[in-house]
Design a protein around this ligand. Sequence first.
Ligand code: CAA
Length: 380
Amino acid sequence: MDFQLPEEHQMVRNMARDFAEKELMPLATRHDREEHIDRSVFDKMAELGLWGLTIPEEYGGAGLDNQALTAVLIEINRACASTGVTLSVHNSLIGAPLTKHGTPEQKQTWLPKLATGEILGSYCLTEANAGSDAAAVQTQAVRDGDDFVLNGTKLWVTNGALAGVYIVYCRTNTEVSKAKGVTAFLVPRDTPGLSVGKHEMKAGIRGSSTTEIVLDNVRIPATNMLGALDRGFPLALETLDGGRIGIAAQSIGIGRACLEAAIKYAGEREQFGQPIGNFQAIQWKIADMSCRLDAAELLTYKAAWLRDQGLPCTREAASAKLMASTAANFSADECLQIHGGAGYTDDFHVERLFRDARITEIYEGASDIQRLVIARQLLA
Ligand code: CAA
């Protein structure tokens, strides 16, 4: 067993860390306040090859694996979780299923553009009545000759306003159980009838784009179907196995930023004539944050490794997300507590970390759903 990342992964992690510390961290507060990510960040990420990190080399990507993506996402999220989720969704929820299930034509059309960051990708599953119960999607795709016509509204779409292509999960069969009648479609941004709806005002990851996507008689050729007819729901869940590893990595990145801020403040802030880090109450908080983040990181790399080997990783991905998101929120809470009143103001970035951490227990499957997935696997 080797706990060291391979050399190539260390190089890409160091490159991501360097970019994150020098160029992303200084912008993170602005991203949060202005609710968008600076264009220069997207361009620099394109230059570094981050958009195409896991896209095969033959399509212009770096052809790296989920362990490399994990390492990169930890670094990016340590600096800016808004940028982190944008990158995670692009690679794990769009690049990965397209690479695995796309036809040669679909891959040739979309992967080179996704790899360079010329366009971003977006995953449209959730609806008003299909959140945790994702199989309940009602957005309809009706066959009409060589086309399908799509109608419905998708919610909580990450990269919603930024994407050039959307993977949209639609109901194609109402006569079978709900999980057996869903199909995935690739929908280009400029298709008539597709519009970006409400922009969500979020508590955290405010720089990332989260919108409704409205589909009003959107006509696409049947050749835009991703995977098989009526088999889109297993595809959505298999994709989420990878996405959850990405959110676990995001959680670790946010948690590490909290730990570092807590250590710094504990060394600087003096009370009762000494740095507060001298007090055991503070030391124990820092020790607990560190242990929980280390444990979550091991789980996350294990899930990523399993996925890279092509082995089942559903339970491990859910475990990693559950533990990492819990560790991130614990760390954010303790970090803010160590900062006291100062941490509750925007004089420090700690309050942003606290807000950013919260979503990791909700999106790509709430913690309760991760527990359900883990228990189902164990009891099956
Ligand atoms: N990989 C492949 N196939 C899988 C799978 C997996 N991990 N898990 C289940 N399946 C298959 C099953 O074998 C079954 O296949 P058959 O039809 O052949 O029998 C089918 O998928 C249905 O599975 P279930 O019976 O388990 O389905 P369910 O309706 O009971 O739902 C659930 C399961 C775990 C609750 C699921 O609905 C779920 O994960 N809910 C949470 C949804 C979620 O994470 N949403 C996040 C959306 S993305 C987002 O947050 C925004 C963003 O952009 C970041």
